[in-house]
Each structure stands twice: as structure tokens, then as C-alpha cells.
Design a protein around this ligand. Structure first.
Ligand SMILES: Nc1ncnc2c1ncn2[C@@H]1O[C@H](COP(=O)(O)OP(=O)(O)O)[C@@H](O)[C@H]1O
Ligand SMILES: [Mg+2]
Length: 319
């Protein structure tokens, strides 16, 4: 059985006046149907670009994308409109991503209109069904996005993403713009929907604590590259890469008796434009040696599917 999504050596470079910006640089992973891959890393590390390239909202520079075993790296317009139904995106800021001139009814109905083939009555029924699924009161059907609070707006975004019954959704920081109290509601909703329908998610966030419970696996990115990938429990219990350790040390632990030393990252951030040959994290890494500035570490897989890209991870972790 093949995975639902396979991404192989994916690259996305942007040409800028200052040189080539390596937004996504050789990223490889697979996601099984019904599972969630969390993608984490600081702002600017290429998370959104990765999601957009997979969905063909941006062209890839190099690499391969397989969906259900089928190579979809290069597709024509007809294939693309078929894929649009199966692959969807939920954005961070529903206020910016929803059309302010469309009512909730029109917003949720629009993907069905574009796809065609459904009667008005079928579309109406589906709109109400989706509103029920995402917990939006039916009386809100003729309101506009600005009349709703952030949580309800994101429910509209989710309903719109789900309306064509997709198999796969890229969730790009879907709760980052919401109040903490609302975040849990939306995360629970997304998990309930996944359980009910077997959806597969890529869940992008800069906040590791958000992905801990909802991800089967987590991919940590740094300046376009994958630095570590592991099962969620493993990553939180025994991170191997110095960058993952630093990210985790910044996640608050609920237990007050548990004292944790926060790893401060010092040093200059390497530029993603014409990046140097060495490890991109070397300039901020507390363990960096000469070799790290010369040679980019090749990702190494240990123990099943735990992947790490660091020359000295064995030494650092006393393995
Ligand atoms: N259209 C674009 N043109 C040029 N550079 C871009 C473009 N989109 C994103 N970038 C750059 O690519 C890098 C990754 O951006 P992005 O994927 O948005 O990161 P993240 O989502 O992790 O914050 C950043 O350096 C960003 O400035
Ligand atoms: Mg982003």
C-alpha cells in the first residue's frame, strides 16, 4: 500500500534581486491516510511555501509529489481541477482568506458552484450540513464574515475546505490568529472531523505545543531544510537535533515542579538567499564545530522513521 501523500526531494526557490532564495530545499516525507504530519519551525523557514507547492498553488523548482501513488508533480488544468476537490487548504487568518462580500451561505456554496453538477437544492442541503458539522448555527447563514468572531470565521473556512469532501487538507497555522481559549475548540473540531471522515492533514504551525497532541509525526524545518522528523511522542521525549531541543525548551510545561532550562539561540540567522555550503543552523548552534560550517549534514534515519540532519547528533546525545 502506498502512502496518501509522498514528497520526494522537493525544492522551491524564488528568484530575488539579491539572489536565489531557497524557501524549500530538499524536503522528503510521506503521510499515511488518516494521519497528521505536523510541520514546525520559525517564521520564514518555508512551511507555507511547502504547503502551497504540494497543493500546486505554487510551482515546484525540483522534486516529486505523489498523491495516492500517482505522480502529480506536473498536471494539466483538467487534472488540477480534479485535484482541487481532493486537496484543500485552511488558512491562518480567515478574515483575510474569506471574501468579505460573500455571505456565509455563498462562501460555503462557492466551491460547489465552481465544480458544477449539483442542483440548487443539493447545494443548499450541503451548506447546512457543513454548518452543522463545523458547529455554526444555521441562523448565521446570511451573515457576512465581519459579523462573526475569529472562531466562527475559522469554522466557515473549515466548512468551505470540507464541502467538496476532500481527502487531504493543508492547515496553515489555522489557530495561530485565535484566542487561546478558542484554539482548543477549533483543534478539537478538526480532530473530530478527521476521526469521522479519515481525513489526512498537514498541520503547519510555529507553535510546537499546538501540534503535540494532534500529530502522528512531526517534521521540524530550519531555513527550508528538514532538520528532524519523528513520531510526535518520540520527538517530544527525545529530540536529537540541537534546533529541536531549543524549540522544545521554549514550550511551557504545565508541571510547575518541572524546571526546564531554556536554550537561548544566539548568533546570526543565516540568509536563505544563496545560503552557504555548511549546516544552515551552524551560526546559532551551541555545538557547532568547524565541519558544520563547511558541509551540510545529510539527513540520517535511525530507529524506524526517526530522521535527523546533524553531523554530531550522536555525540550531543551520548548515543
Ligand atoms: N513569493 C515569494 N517571493 C520571494 N520570496 C518568498 C515568496 N514567498 C515566500 N518567500 C520567502 O520564502 C521563505 C519562506 O517563507 P514561508 O514559506 O512563508 O515561511 P513560513 O511559512 O515558515 O513562515 C521566506 O524567506 C520568505 O521571505
Ligand atoms: Mg507561513
Amino acid at each position: 500500500m502506498s502512502s496518501l501523500l509522498e514528497v520526494k526531494n522537493l525544492k522551491k526557490y524564488f528568484n530575488t534581486p539579491r539572489g536565489t532564495l531557497h524557501a524549500v530545499d530538499d524536503v522528503t516525507f510521506a503521510i499515511e491516510e488518516g494521519e497528521t504530519l505536523g510541520v514546525v519551525g520559525e517564521s520564514g523557514c518555508g512551511k507555507s511555501t511547502l504547503g502551497r507547492v504540494i497543493l500546486h498553488l505554487l510551482d515546484s523548482t525540483d522534486g516529486q509529489i505523489l498523491f495516492n501513488g500517482e505522480d502529480i508533480t506536473n498536471v494539466n488544468a483538467a487534472k488540477m481541477s480534479e485535484l482541487r476537490k481532493k486537496m484543500q487548504i485552511i488558512f491562518q487568518d480567515p478574515f483575510a482568506s474569506l471574501n468579505p462580500r460573500l455571505t456565509i451561505y455563498q462562501t460555503i456554496r462557492e466551491p460547489m458552484e465552481i465544480a458544477g453538477g449539483m442542483s440548487k437544492q443539493q447545494m443548499d442541503e450541503r451548506v447546512y450540513e457543513m454548518m452543522d458539522t463545523v458547529g455554526l448555527a444555521r441562523r448565521l447563514v446570511n451573515t457576512y464574515p465581519h459579523e462573526l468572531d475569529g472562531g466562527r470565521r475559522q469554522r466557515v473556512g473549515i466548512a468551505r475546505a470540507l464541502v467538496m469532501n476532500p481527502k487531504f487538507i493543508v492547515c496553515d497555522e489555522p489557530v495561530s490568529a485565535l484566542d487561546v481559549s478558542i484554539q482548543a475548540q477549533i483543534l478539537n473540531l478538526m480532530q473530530d472531523i478527521q476521526e469521522a471522515s479519515g481525513l489526512t492533514y498537514i498541520f503547519i504551525t510555529h507553535d510546537l505545543s499546538v501540534v503535540k497532541y494532534i500529530s502522528n509525526n512531526i517534521l521540524v524545518m530550519y531555513l527550508g531544510q528538514m532538520v528532524e522528523k519523528a513520531e510526535s511522542d518520540t520527538l517530544f521525549a527525545a529530540p536529537l537535533h540541537p534546533y529541536t531541543k531549543a524549540l522544545l525548551s521554549a514550550v511551557p510545561i504545565p508541571d510547575v515542579h518541572h524546571e526546564k532550562k531554556r536554550v537561548e539561540l544566539k548568533g546570526e540567522l543565516t540568509s536563505p538567499i544563496n545560503p552557504p555550503d555548511g549546516c544552515r543552523f551552524a551560526s546559532r548552534c551551541p555545538y557547532a564545530k568547524e565541519r558544520c560550517f563547511k558541509e551540510n549534514p545529510v539527513p540520517e534515519t535511525i530507529e524506524g522513521n526517526h530522521m535527523v540532519a546533524c553531523h554530531y547528533f550522536r555525540e550531543i546525545n551520548q548515543m
